[in-house]
Design a protein around this ligand. Structure first.
Ligand code: FES
Length: 108
């Protein structure tokens, strides 16, 4: 993570380390992290791009209000990353532009 990123883990962070997949790359997270917090801690500030102009967006509120943290999580589009806790093997992708809304995860 860049030194000037402004988002760092507390040194006494408890919890078991887990690995999630973000855009095909492994990201180390800790039990109790939200997906968004884990991505920020790993230096990934962009979670989606806007459907019309493709502008990069990143998490802002971290409490389910702004919807700027939308991600595809385990095949399900439009999930708020700040409201989903990490678990081992979770597959996460950015929401790039407009996506079809799916009723069920891909592997359900
Ligand atoms: S960061 Fe605002 S809704 Fe998730």
């Amino acid at each position: 993570m860049p030194d000037d990123f402004g988002f760092n883990r507390l040194p006494d962070r408890p919890g078991q380390a887990v690995t999630i997949d973000f855009e095909g790359e492994p990201v180390t997270a800790y039990e109790g992290d939200s997906v968004t917090a884990a991505l920020l801690a790993a230096g990934h500030a962009v979670t989606r791009t806007t459907p019309v102009r493709g502008t990069a967006r990143g998490p802002f509120c971290m409490m389910g209000v702004c919807f700027d943290c939308l991600l595809e999580i385990d095949g399900q589009a439009n999930r708020q990353g700040c409201a989903v806790l990490v678990s081992e093997g979770l597959r996460v992708r950015r929401m790039d532009g407009a996506r079809a809304v799916t009723a069920e995860p891909e592997d359900a």
